[in-house]
Design a protein around this ligand. Sequence first.
Ligand code: NAD
Ligand code: IPM
Ligand code: MN
Length: 365
Amino acid sequence: SKRYTITLLPGDGIGPEIISVAKNVLNLTASLEGIDLRFQEMPMGGAALDLTGVPLPEETLLAAKQSDAVLLGAIGGYKWDANEKHLKPETGLLQLREGLKVFANLRPATVLPQLVDASTLKKEVAEGVDIMVVRELTGGIYFGKPRGFSKNENGEEIGFNTEVYAGYEVDRIARVAFETARKRQGRLCSVDKANVLEASMFWRKRVVAVSSEYPDVELSHMYVDNAAMQLVRYPKQFDTIVTNNIFGDILSDEASMITGSIGMLPSASLGESGPGVFEPIHGSAPDIAGQDKANPLATVLSAAMLLRYGLGEENAAKRIEAAVLATLDRGFRTGDIYSSGTKLVGCKEMGEEVLKSVDSQVPAA
Ligand code: NAD
Ligand code: IPM
Ligand code: MN
């Protein structure tokens, strides 16, 4: 049977709780699909800081590079918030993305029929929404130089960052987005701030140039402030969205809420080659960590994306996605997606119910 090594990076806060659920789901799915999965768990984020003094130990990055895919929980927490930049858990996550060159971050926001009532938007606005946010992940203001702290000409302290994109960076994320849109409804909306920012004017120019390679995809442009508004006004207008690192970060959190909860949104971070990183879009949720309250489904769905995009194991991915739907059909809900008439469960119990759903499935034809 096919053999793969998965690097597990549980991280901080709810990270270990949700990774434990996803690992069990992967294990059972793999055994049913005849796939041989090996797991190697490595420290990352605050957990790595406490253990080794750095947020992304060399051994962790090396293990990740040598494996077939990385499944990450979440990192960060109050304990490390005041740390210097290079000793923040978040810096470790950026180093991981940069180290694995995973420049394309796919964040699907799909409103499941079972969860229409969990959305804070009206049923008629939320139902049927199916958006893929393609976020540039290794460039822009997150990585641009110059950056830092200094003093201005008046001797006043300042902090500064730089939004910068090279042509090749825009072109490659645009191509991923056009390819993605082509396999969906064929509509791509590029979100920028080209009315103000040079980096966005340049972004738009390069996206337009790449669009000539994709005459079958309908390209539109939208300013980010309007996009934030349109997402809650009439989200069904969007099919695929492509945007820079920071706008993608913000808009995907916003889009997640249309689906009911940030606890539902998975992601895949992919490069030209090498292992991808798969993680929920949410953070370590320190406010509910250790209380068995976290929704593990974003991580379980990230495991499905790992199988699909990371390993090419489409049947196994579908099996997990079907099991999540079946579990919701059977009425189980964590607190974040609870609505009256459903069964409130914790993180562990949700995991056990997903396992039952995986187990009781009729194998795909
Ligand atoms: P967050 O996403 O951790 O939490 C925001 C809110 O959503 C909280 O109320 C939380 O309880 C809730 N929530 C998040 N995930 C949930 C889940 N699975 N089930 C139920 N509720 C859930 O964002 P934050 O509070 O701004 O950040 C907390 C920490 O996480 C910070 O240190 C931040 O830097 C870090 N962070 C890490 C990642 C990552 O690891 N990829 C992503 C975002 C934030
Ligand atoms: C995310 C997070 C990260 C980001 C942080 C923790 C560095 O918010 O994965 O969405 O901003 O990319
Ligand atoms: Mn984020």
